[in-house]
Design a protein around this ligand. Structure first.
Ligand code: SF4
Length: 419
């Protein structure tokens, strides 16, 4: 028998809420009578994501309607970590949280309460409203710091003025693309069709990476370097450009500050030294520098991995400076591209109302959760942890210490999750 097709459906426009720069445009068909989503798919009319969703999101309705979703509050009844829970009502849950927090606030103040969240969902409601307004008003400790791209954000702001990059479609104008520590076939799927078209139009694609990635297999050239030596390679390439008169010094003099100091620093990295540090052959480094300085426009597209090494921020600064030295800034299809996040603007205070609230009593770095739960902060100690939009035991460094902290009998932990 053919399935019954509801007569009244609407199609709701949306965007993928996962922590992914592609932000795919989505469509959801909803049965108006039951309110149930019937079909979830990519919006074919979006100019960049073009109706293609990755494997994480294609079965999204299976996640939404999964039978093991947690749809009501649970209270632990056995020892911590024992996995025994009882179902309670929302009134009971909210009442218990409220009374426990009032007692903590009366004894130690609201700073003893620590909300802990990250980018499980990047929607404004969950990430910005839920992560700020209530906690600001409560006066809880404020989570600060970054697990992902904090160093790159600061580095690009200091170098090019913001977390800004080229329009991904501009690669169609590029004649040379350096994919630096970047594996778009795995991590930026919507950039790949544009990259392939650029290749078909004659652009040369060079992958610089410690690993021969999937993207490297389809590149025109693969330059393998040792992990953490990207800065040395960039400085050596700049040095070649300065020494051979290929650097765009007129542009640098007119549009930048500090370039002469950068030239001096680059001189400390002659190609032989860089070859030894990076493992890339000296002649490859020289050829790459010449090619980048003489092929216009050329794009340096950078992955996030470099910003997670020691000196990650300074490495990103060098990779952002490299196309400037090569005279690639301001050219369509040229320049540096790590992220386009900075192009999205909204009035943050109208969402967070942070300006209406007193300053947070203290800031706690999210990366130090394990230490902070086990004695690194004591005035007051963290007595309650409210976790949402993240799973710190799986995603934050020093997970053993985090578990040790979570097992503290005196820690009142609330987790708001889907499963
Ligand atoms: S590629 Fe996947 S995770 Fe990224 S925005 Fe699209 S559907 Fe979401």
């Amino acid at each position: 028998m053919a399935p019954t097709i509801p007569l009244k459906t609407i199609t709701v426009r949306g965007a993928c809420p996962l922590d992914c720069p592609d932000t795919c445009a989505t469509l959801t068909d909803v049965d108006l009578d039951t309110g149930r989503a019937l079909k979830f798919y990519g919006d074919p009319d979006h100019p960049i994501t073009q109706g293609w969703l990755c494997a994480k999101m294609r079965p999204y309705l299976e996640r939404v309607y999964a039978p093991d979703r947690i749809l009501h509050p649970l209270r632990r009844v056995g020892p911590k970590g024992g996995g025994e829970w009882e179902r309670i009502s929302w009134d009971e849950a909210l009442g218990e949280i409220s009374s426990r927090w009032k007692a903590i606030i009366a004894e130690d103040g609201p700073a003893a309460i620590y909300p802990y969240m990250y980018s499980g969902s990047l929607g404004l409601v969950e990430l910005v409203v839920a992560a700020t307004r209530f906690w600001n008003r409560l006066g809880a400790s404020r989570p600060v710091g970054d697990l992902c791209d904090g160093a790159a954000t600061e580095a690009l702001a200091a170098t090019v003025g913001g977390y800004l990059g080229a329009d991904p479609r501009d690669v169609l104008h590029s004649k040379l693309v350096l994919l630096w520590a970047h594996n778009p076939s795995s991590t930026a799927p919507h950039f790949v069709p544009f990259l392939r078209e650029a290749q078909r139009n004659g652009a040369k694609v060079v992958v610089i990476d410690p690993r021969r990635t999937i993207t490297a297999r389809s590149a025109d050239q693969f330059v393998q370097i040792k992990p953490g030596t990207d800065g040395a390679l960039a400085l050596a390439m700049m040095n070649v450009m300065f020494e051979e008169g290929l650097a765009d010094e007129a542009w640098l003099a007119a549009n930048s500050v500090g370039w002469e100091e950068l030239r001096g620093r680059a001189a400390e990295y002659p190609v032989e030294r860089a070859a030894e540090l990076t493992g890339a052959p000296a002649e490859t480094i020289v050829a790459l520098a010449r090619e980048l300085a003489t092929t216009k426009p050329a794009l340096v597209k950078v992955g996030h991995g470099v910003n997670r090494h020691q000196n990650g921020g300074q490495t990103v600064r060098l990779l952002a400076s490299l196309p400037a030295v090569a005279g690639q800034m301001g050219l369509r299809g040229g320049g540096v591209y790590l992220s386009t996040s900075g192009h999205a603007r909204w009035d943050g205070n109208s969402v967070t109302h942070a300006a209406d609230c007193p300053p947070a009593p203290r800031e706690l770095n999210i990366v130090q959760l394990g230490a902070n739960l086990t004695g690194a902060v004591s005035d007051p100690p963290i007595r309650s942890l409210f976790v949402f939009s993240t799973n710190p035991v799986a995603t934050v460094p020093d997970s053993g210490r985090i578990v040790e902290g979570l097992l503290r009998e005196d820690l009142f932990t609330v987790v708001h999750e889907q499963f």
